[in-house]
Write a protein that binds this ligand. Sequence first.
Ligand code: NDP
Ligand code: MG
Length: 387
Amino acid sequence: MIKRKINIFGTTGSIGQSTLQVFRKNKGAYDFIVFSAFDNVDQLINDCIEFKPQYANIGNEKQFLKLKNALFDTDIILSCGRASLVDLACTKVDWSMSAIVGFSGVEVSLRCAEHSKILALANKEALVCAGKLLLSICKSNNTKLIPVDSEHSAIFQCLEGERRVDLRSITLTASGGPFRNWSLKRIRSATLEDALKHPNWSMGTRITIDSASMFNKSLELIEAMHLFELDFSDVEVIIHPQSIIHSMVNFNDGSTLAQLSLPDMRGSIGYSLNYPNRLNIGMENIDFAKIGSLEFYEPDKNKFRSLELVEKVGRNLDLGVIFNAAKEIALDRFISGEIAFLDMVDLVEKTLAESSLVNRIAHTPQNVSDILEINELTRVIAKKIEF
Ligand code: NDP
Ligand code: MG
């Protein structure tokens, strides 16, 4: 039997670990090629011992010695730092999971799109910052992009076997996060600890805070526009606190198809791995009687202004890289305690209004170096915005 060759970028993260859980069901059927982490050397060591990839990369050079010492008696080829990481993303494989968080994962996603037969994309920032480029690379290399973000996986699944021309619009569901029922006044003084209490999903720190501010949903809106070639007005966001319906597709004949499953990322990871089949990945089906009811509400854009602000990007997708970089700096500054929760959206708004950036973007980002440069430029500006 020919084993499928597998890369997992961001192995030690929340998605990376859920991906390994899916593989644990049938480890012997795969050849693991590349694993990567940034700082969490202990987890990477454990994963390397268990799955025996051919290569392992750690971002933080201070952890490299520990990695080498722990794995000296294995055949795993070890490396450290960004240049080797990007090189490793050029390894020819059957399936790559791109699950490095944030802009740091964009270049890796682009390389995987060139060299993997299937790109399982969790790193939504790649689409937000470089959607046109990523999709054109996939097209020219005949790479199948399968979204892992649960909403986009749901839409992808609902569109299987359908004609694209029959699609009218999509409805992205959002749990509403921990502040769904908080007043604006109370959100004003929300702490990091409050923002980290996601009601339904267990995820990495950054996406959890982005879910509380609904910046995550704003990124997902742009992600959906790229993936499914939609206009801004074709994508609606609805609050669905139970996180059971992961998103819906509305067709011209008035029908809506939805994908439902328990809120567990193994579902969309397994789908991207086994596509077009649906193999047992150890997940239960929904017990509807237990859930009782499913609710839906309009999002409150006064409380979650990122949903309003994203329209600017939705009308000009080239602004995605600026939007994301400003949001990442805002998040860093909130995590470090420098700015308040609601300052994050103000910071992004002010950065988007910077004429130097908007003028720079007028020359549409076409290649990786343009995107890297605009990202850097935005970060410098966003760091200087005062409150
Ligand atoms: P985590 O923070 O849990 O994990 C991030 C991974 O990326 C870790 O392996 C981390 O290494 C690595 N990493 C971080 N910074 C760098 C860097 N500069 N260079 C190289 N590697 C780095 O994130 P998540 O798993 O939550 O999210 C990953 C991606 O998936 C994000 O784009 C997120 O938006 C998306 N996503 C996540 C969902 C979820 O449920 N978690 C749902 C939908 C999408 P280390 O552990 O060593 O720090
Ligand atoms: Mg999502």
